[in-house]
Design a protein around this ligand. Structure first.
Ligand code: ADP
Ligand code: MG
Length: 251
C-alpha cells in the first residue's frame, strides 16, 4: 500500500490534482482511497458527480456509532472517497476534527476492509497544526508532495509544510518528495518556484499547466480523466500519477 499526502495552500488546486491522480490510478486498475482533510470537504466532488459526500464529522455528530459504509463513498470512477469534514464554525477545532476522523477510520478498519493499493490524502496546508500534520506523522503517509504556484502565499505555505515534514522526518515518518507546480501562468513563475524548491532543498517533481478543460470538466462534476480522457491535460495527470507510484523525477 502506497500512501501519499498532497499538501498546499487553500485554493491552489490540491483537490483538482488529487482527484485527477486518483481517477488516473483507478483507471490503471488500482484500488484507491482518497481522504479529504480540509474543512471545505469538497476533495472528491469531481469524483462523485459534483455532489458533496457526507463528512466523517457530520456523520459522527448525527449518528454516534457509524458503520464504515456511512463514511466511505465509492465514486463512479471506482475511487473510495472519504471527507474528514470540519467542525461547527466558531465552535470546534478543524485540526482536532481531522484527528477524530482518522481515529474513527482506524477503529472501523477502513484500510483492512477496502485494501487500497494507494491512499491519497488531500490536506489543507495553510496551518500545519497537530491535526493537519496527522498524515505526516503516525505512519499515515509515506510521501508528501506540495502543490504550489509561484505566488508568494502558496510558496510561504510550501515552506511551512516542508518544515513540518522535516521535523517529523527525523523521527522516521513521511518524507518530502517534492513540489508540484500548478501554474498560474505569470511571467517569471517557473523561476520563482525553482528558487523556492532549491531553498527548501526539494525537487520540482512536476509542472502542471493551467488548462480550461479543468473548469469544463468541473462544471460537469467530473475529473479531466473522466471527461476528457484523450486530452493533453489528462495525459499530464496520468504521467504525474505514474511518477508518484514509481518514484523518480520528471522535470
Ligand atoms: P484546493 O483543493 O487546493 O483548495 P481546488 O483543487 O479546489 O483547490 O482548485 C481551485 C480551483 O482552481 C478549481 O475550481 C479549479 O477549477 C482550478 N484549477 C486547479 N488546477 C487547475 C489547472 N491546472 N488548470 C486550470 N484550473 C485549475
Ligand atoms: Mg480542496
Amino acid at each position: 500500500m502506497k500512501k501519499i499526502a498532497i499538501y498546499g495552500k487553500g485554493g491552489i488546486g490540491k483537490s483538482t490534482t488529487v482527484s485527477n491522480i486518483s481517477a488516473a490510478m483507478a483507471s490503471m486498475g488500482l484500488t484507491v482511497l482518497q481522504v479529504g482533510c480540509d474543512p471545505k470537504a469538497d476533495s472528491s466532488r469531481n469524483l462523485t458527480e459534483g455532489q458533496n459526500i457526507p463528512t466523517v464529522l457530520e456523520v459522527l455528530r448525527k449518528k454516534g456509532d457509524p458503520e464504515l459504509e456511512d463514511l466511505v463513498v465509492k465514486s463512479t470512477t471506482g475511487v473510495y472517497c472519504v471527507e474528514s469534514g470540519g467542525p461547527i464554525p466558531g465552535v470546534g477545532c478543524a485540526g482536532r476534527g481531522i484527528i477524530t476522523a482518522f481515529e474513527k477510520l482506524e477503529e472501523l478498519d477502513a484500510f483492512g476492509v477496502y485494501q487500497p493499493d494507494v491512499v491519497m490524502y488531500d490536506v489543507l496546508g495553510d496551518v500545519v497544526c497537530g491535526g493537519f500534520a496527522m498524515p505526516i506523522r503516525g505512519g499515515y503517509a509515506d510521501d508528501v508532495c506540495i502543490v504550489t504556484s509561484g505566488e508568494m502565499m502558496s510558496l510561504y505555505a510550501a515552506t511551512n509544510i516542508s518544515h513540518a515534514v522535516r521535523s517529523f522526518g527525523k523521527r522516521g515518518y513521511a518524507s518530502l518528495r517534492g513540489l508540484i507546480l500548478n501554474a498560474k501562468n505569470f511571467e517569471g513563475e517557473q523561476e520563482l518556484v525553482d528558487k523556492a524548491a532549491a531553498e527548501i532543498g526539494t525537487p520540482v517533481l512536476y509542472r502542471m499547466p493551467r488548462n480550461q478543460l479543468v473548469q469544463k470538466a468541473e462544471a460537469d462534476g467530473k475529473t479531466v480523466i473522466e471527461a476528457f480522457p484523450d486530452s493533453d491535460m489528462a495525459e499530464h495527470y496520468r504521467t504525474l500519477a505514474k511518477l508518484l507510484l514509481d518514484g523518480g523525477e520528471d522535470v
